[in-house]
Design a binder for this molecule. Structure first.
Ligand SMILES: CC(C)(COP(=O)(O)OP(=O)(O)OC[C@H]1O[C@@H](n2cnc3c(N)ncnc32)[C@H](O)[C@@H]1OP(=O)(O)O)[C@@H](O)C(=O)NCCC(=O)NCCS
Length: 133
């Protein structure tokens, strides 16, 4: 989980060229277990930018030393927001898809964004006004 966060942050930070904060992590799907001692490969790439947000897809692969090929084990999308020194959101440069695959990724990111809005509505009563005591 830590490596996913660090790899995604590096990608977002590189795109934004500003400090960024994580605004949303969710939907991490672990397809198959990763065993201790396996070689790990993590790819992170921009799939959508909003006004201030950068949406990063992360794919995690692993293989044991006797295997030649990596196998995908996890996928998720993490959303970061570009912020100024006071932590206020600031405009981020636009990521423009250049081929069919990238257009599909952007469509996918937009769909997830829409679904997150529904999730936020469902979660709202459990977020507001409770001290946790
Ligand atoms: C991230 C933060 C700066 C956003 O501030 P805000 O006043 O809520 O700003 P906005 O409502 O304008 O949202 C900013 C962006 O976040 C996006 N966003 C907000 N909630 C979101 C959610 N649940 N999922 C995805 N994106 C979300 C908005 O869509 C907007 O993106 P856009 O400008 O590209 O359209 C603020 O919520 C914050 O500081 N959060 C804590 C961050 C943090 O501590 N992270 C953990 C450690 S890094």
């Amino acid at each position: 989980m830590k490596w996913i966060d660090q790899t995604a942050y590096t990608c977002a930070r590189n795109w934004a060229e500003t400090y960024c904060v994580t605004v949303y992590v969710g939907g991490i799907r672990f397809y198959k277990p990763i065993s201790i001692g396996e070689v790990i490969k993590i790819n992170a790439y921009v799939i959508y930018t909003g006004n201030t947000s950068i949406h990063i897809a992360v794919d995690v692969y692993s293989r044991n030393f006797s295997q030649k090929d990596f196998e995908k084990k996890t996928h998720c999308v993490i959303v970061f927001v570009s912020v100024d020194e006071q932590g206020h959101p600031i405009k981020v440069k636009k990521w423009v898809p250049h081929n069919e695959h990238e257009i599909q990724l952007e469509t996918y990111a937009k769909k997830l964004n829409h679904m997150r809005e529904q999730i936020s509505i469902e979660m709202k009563p459990f977020i507001e006004g409770k001290s946790g005591d």
